[in-house]
Design a protein around this ligand. Structure first.
Ligand code: C2E
Ligand code: CA
Ligand code: CA
Length: 636
């Protein structure tokens, strides 16, 4: 049995698999199809010659057989391309076909040889040589196919040699020369064929190795995300009973930090093995860090699926023996079912990820995606993917909204607001939706630099200031001010024309450090503005603690002021308080003339809102800021 397996391995090659044979067959079949015209032309030429040398019936029968073979060729190729059929049944008609082709050519060779006529004999030898070349050159991608295609030709060559030696009336000396010549040509072509096959195999091994390196995670040997998406997509086309699991380990980071990377690596390797060997698992990928994706298939959803997943959970969370003793690790698992929770692998993965995040926050058992509960999470992760791409594709653009003097309405500054255009999503997300996403992805700086580069040329050519929104994480990041200054410098805009709008959020953590950074910024010429004052937990002590130049009262002040004299009084008192602290005061959300007059009468120096001007996307023509001109302004 083993000896047979060894012989088979020798014939087929060490890395032979039926899938690889199929891939080779598909590649060769394409060449065969492209070559069909030249095959038909040479068949017709050969048929004319056969008829010419006095065998018209043979020529007709033979050309009929060739045409029939070409038709079968098409049928075999169609079957070969049928992705849903089992592999062996795709290959079988193809092999019959590549055996039948040379057999038909060999049949005519035998007929020509048996006539005993010298001219016929030479034509037979020419056809035989051509067929040999075809078999050894054309099918060299696969040993099996070369053997199948060359077998009838080699048998015919042997029979022809036997005929020459035993039956023909040729003199011995000539027999000797003919036989030697035939053996030499055949041996030469066989050697060339073997060489061809070896070269091809070495090349495809090399390709397989490089593909494997590009597609696998070096630590666990699992597929990476890209390879997983690709292979699962193919799988989904033929296997509907499929489910994708998103597995995220719990407490992995502390273990890695406490016991070191060697133990961390050991844990990941063991988990990978356990996932791979769980019942129902078809494919596993390491998506990154301590995240894994599992492709699970099942026959009976009601009885098997939950059981498989529960079993996998138990396997993964069992104690892991390591050099520091048993390590216990948890796993949060979310899953999504093909056809119900998504129809592509990306959709399933996003849904399973959303379910996993719910499980993680609830410290719960594996759970299936539920659109009612996980919808919001799903939305945010889809937004994350889309945002990153949009930033790269230039879909995030700068818009400027004017800020004017309350008396006279002269525009003194613009606020930079980001806009996401042509998102291709249901609606273009607003900054309140995508700014938190950008912050989570650490892309706020890139967003700011992108939009700054778009609007600074216009700002440089005007006399106005520019207000930019800065998040606490940006302020805290190393080198932020340097990067900002470098960008301003590259556009020739001095720091003292820039206002940094911060919110009270910066007081939540590291207040001392944030104050120091703001002082630093102020020393470098930037103006500091407290934005959205009046929302959240406005504390008056903030006005004192921060090195401010200006305070912007939130739109909600204006909204509340409409409801009665008491709230109007609060607005007036706040404006006066800000002025008493020697800070400039700007009121946001001014949507009509009456409100503008009201806040101006309270002593507010600056106003911003749709009545002054809406945020306008910056045009690509530097120097042009679309200022609102068609609005009625309050009297100076
Ligand atoms: P914000 O800094 O308070 O900006 C003012 C917001 O109020 C803007 O909304 C603006 O379009 C809106 N607005 C201005 N005038 C009126 C008005 O008269 N009536 C009403 N109803 N709304 C008015 P937007 O552009 O949607 O931005 C929302 C928030 O997103 C901003 O609030 C800001 O905190 C943040 N944001 C926007 N762009 C950026 C950015 O590029 N970077 C950062 N970090 N945050 C940004
Ligand atoms: Ca702002
Ligand atoms: Ca604001």
């Amino acid at each position: 049995m083993r000896a047979r397996a060894k012989t088979l391995e020798k014939i087929l090659g060490q890395s032979w698999t039926i899938e690889r044979e199929l891939a080779d067959a598909l590649a060769i079949a394409k060449k065969l199809r492209d070559d069909s015209t030249s095959r038909l032309i040479s068949s017709v030429l050969a048929a004319i010659m056969i008829a010419w040398i006095g065998l018209p019936i043979v020529a007709i029968i033979w050309i009929g057989a060739v045409v029939l073979n070409e038709i079968l060729d098409r049928i075999a190729l169609r079957r070969l391309a049928q992705e849903t059929a089992p592999t062996h049944s795709r290959l079988f008609p193809y092999f019959i076909n590549i055996f039948a082709g040379p057999t038909i050519w060999c049949a005519v060779v035998m007929v020509l040889v048996w006539t005993g006529n010298g001219a016929n004999f030479f034509l037979a030898i020419a056809i035989l040589t051509g067929t040999l070349i075809h078999a050894f050159v054309f099918y060299a991608d696969s040993r099996l196919q070369t053997v199948v295609a060359a077998a009838p030709v080699l048998v015919t060559t042997s029979l022809t040699i036997a005929y020459v030696i035993t039956y023909s009336s040729i003199p011995y000396s000539e027999k000797f020369i003919i036989v030697c010549a035939m053996i030499t040509v055949t041996a030469y072509l066989m050697a060339a064929g073997v060489q061809n096959i070896r070269t091809h195999e070495a090349l495809s091994d090399l390709v397989a190795q490089t593909t494997e390196i590009a597609e696998t995670d070096p630590l666990t040997g699992l597929q990476n995300r890209r390879a997983f998406l690709q292979s699962v997509n193919t799988w989904l086309q033929s296997q509907p009973n499929t489910c994708i699991l998103f597995v995220d380990l719990d407490r992995f980071k502390p273990i890695n930090d406490e016991y070191g990377h060697a133990v961390g690596d050991q844990v990941l390797t063991v988990i990978a093995d356990r996932l791979r060997s769980s019942v129902g698992t078809r494919n596993v990928a390491r998506l990154g860090g301590d995240e894994f994706a599992v492709l699970l298939s099942f026959d009976d959803r009601e009885r098997q699926l939950e059981h498989y997943i529960a079993q996998l959970h138990v396997n993964v969370t069992a104690a892991i023996p390591s050099e520091v003793g048993n390590v216990i690790i948890g796993a949060s698992i979310g899953y999504a079912i093909f056809g119900e929770d998504g129809s592509t692998v990306s959709e399933l993965l996003v849904a399973a990820d959303a379910a996993m995040r719910r499980v993680k926050s609830d410290h719960g058992n594996p759970a299936r995606f539920d659109v009612a509960v996980d919808g919001a999470r799903l939305k945010s992760s889809a937004l994350e993917v889309a945002f990153e791409r949009a930033l790269e594709n230039g879909q995030l653009v700068a818009a400027l909204q004017p800020i004017a003097r309350a008396r006279g309405c002269e525009i003194v500054a613009y606020e930079l607001l980001a806009r996401w255009q042509n998102s291709g999503l249901g609606h273009d997300p607003s900054p309140t939706e995508f700014v938190p996403v950008a912050e989570k992805l650490g892309l706020l700086d890139r967003l700011l630099l992108t939009t700054l580069n778009q609007c600074l040329p216009s700002i440089r050519n005007s006399h106005t200031n520019l207000a930019i929104n800065i998040s606490p994480s940006q302020l805290n990041s190393d080198g932020f001010l340097d990067r900002l200054q470098a960008t301003l410098e590259s556009h020739g805009v001095p720091n003292d024309r820039i206002e940094l709008e911060i919110t009270e959020q910066i007081a939540i953590r590291n207040l001392e450090r944030n104050i120091a950074r703001l002082k630093d910024a102020k020393d470098n010429g930037f103006k500091i503005v407290l934005d959205d004052f009046g929302t959240g937990y406005s504390s008056l002590s903030m006005l004192d603690a921060l090195p401010l130049d200006k305070v912007k009262l939130d739109r909600s002040f204006v909204l509340r002021a409409r409801s009665g004299p008491r709230t109007r009084h609060v607005l007036g008192a706040t404006i006066r308080l800000v002025s008493d602290l020697d800070l400039e005061c700007c009121v946001e959300g001014i949507e009509d003339e009456a409100t503008a007059i009201l806040v101006s009468s309270y002593g507010c120096s600056l106003i911003q809102g749709y009545w002054i001007g809406c945020p306008e996307v910056v045009t690509t023509r530097p120097g042009v800021i679309s200022a609102p001109t068609d609005l009625e302004r309050p009297a100076a």
